[in-house]
Design a protein around this ligand. Sequence first.
Ligand code: GDP
Ligand code: FE
Ligand code: FE
Length: 194
Amino acid sequence: VEYQKHYYPGTREELVAKVKAQVSQKRFDHILGVEQAAIELAKANNFDVEAASVAALVHDYAKERSAEEFCNVIKAKGLAPDLLNWNNFIWHGVVGAEIIKDELKITDDTILNAVRHHTVGAPQMSTLDQIVYVADFIEAGRDFPGVSEAREIAAKDLTAAVSFETKHTLLYLLNGNKTIYPAAILTYNAYVAK
Ligand code: GDP
Ligand code: FE
Ligand code: FE
């Protein structure tokens, strides 16, 4: 993808280097896998591949930041105080978007919202939100029961893949007696419940 600088004020190679400097090799490989999957989903859904590439490359940019840093950002930016009761799984998207805005000079809300929504979704997800949410789940490096079915569904119907993924993730969390972030229920009600 040759960037036209609609979403990031630099080249793709510059953005890749900035992301690589922030994460482990394993996570970097995952991020490149998400970019590839997002570009394919963008093409299949007549969506802007540059936006898909930028959003995918930055989606886990803040994943390895400390709890202390996330809590400081939540307070400094006046984000919902309830966020302080959560953890890195929730913070790296919602709070990570603020870090991306400040450090990478990405200001476009379609990109930042795709980062904000990539872990638990949202009741009304844009096409880019859906592309990143699904690409994160089906990228080539993912290997878990159900991933082949998710890939098959995504190849035919992006929103059906959002539904499948939302239900799969919620079942996984319930089976493990994990806490459910309230927004995840709103995503379930919007994309799974009938
Ligand atoms: P990753 O950043 O590429 O590893 O993937 P995600 O951002 O999609 O997910 C990060 C983690 O958040 C995963 O381990 C999910 O199981 C977990 N997660 C997703 N939704 C919820 C939720 O509602 N509550 C909790 N506690 N964890 C969640
Ligand atoms: Fe993530
Ligand atoms: Fe990810």
